[in-house]
Ligand binder design. Sequence first.
Ligand code: SF4
Ligand code: FES
Length: 358
Amino acid sequence: MSEDAMHGMKVTIRIQRFTPAPEREHARRHSSSPFGGKARGSSPFGSSPSRRRIRGKHFTQDYNIEAHPGQTVLDILLDIKRNIDPTLEFRYSCGHGICGSDAVSINGTPTLLCTAKIEDYARPETNQTDGAKAMANKGFRPTGTTKNVADDSISETNAETISANDTASRIDSTTSNFGNTNDPNDQSNSPTSQNTPSNPTVIEIAPLPGFPVLRDLIVDIDQMMNQIKKLEPYLKADGKLARTKDGKIDMFEYLQKPEELKRYELLSNCISCGVCEGSCPVYAGGEAFIGPAALIASSRFINDSRDNATDERLDAIATADGITACQSVRACSRECPRGIDVGEEMWQLTERVKNHQS
Ligand code: SF4
Ligand code: FES
């Protein structure tokens, strides 16, 4: 949609929300007791909160706002939180595409809130059923038990006590009218009646696919960070000793030519936002596939001429849940906010591992 067409137009921001159920008293008691917690198995990811089944209520909520050209979706959410609904939760920090903390799904596409322009994502409203189905089918991939959620969830009215892991696709068709009217019986605010010439556009926002939802648009990224850490993303190098004129050790030098720097420079720009993981149909937020973000972190050091642990790194990713699990779909390349061709890097890693093993 062009900026001119956007000027002064109302846009419906449709958000898939999640309110976790209050923690039970006994759960709190157990977590604070040194004897209360049961060991969670040998998985390195086992202690993550994402391994818990978070129960709560999933629902969608519409906010009707006036859009201005150049505003980002983050601008709009901040406006909603400050002026309309303080209960709306989302994560952000830098606001400039640097920290990677605000990845979500917008119209089914994983991206950053702070770089997504309203005019690029506002699209004509169809009707609630089609819109909800599109949300359920396009961007929301269950992370746990697979269920046929596309049909049975849309007809539900209150999807309470549903686990966060297996219901990322579940949508409550009851949409409240926060910021529009306080009368829930006012049919003029139903999603269908909003499909009018004065309010023709919608932007659908949901949590990042493939990650367990903690609250509203905030997902648990612990697993991704653990997977990155597991591949030891730091330089393992033997620096040369540089000496002063009188022979004393001055510093360790890690010399590199510009062309060697070029081989990994772009990879070092990865901000661990998880957009590539949310785009990847194989990544499921668990040990089945370590995920493209972790592999990019490893590739950054595999391609660094100063690093001495290349063989060890290639061995570490040549596993069933490592690069071997990559199906070369290349969806991971589409939306990387740092311009990394993630799919191409996955392919290069596959080749490196094959050569290493032959
Ligand atoms: S490779 Fe790109 S999309 Fe993936 S985590 Fe890094 S910056 Fe985000
Ligand atoms: S808020 Fe930091 S990348 Fe968007």
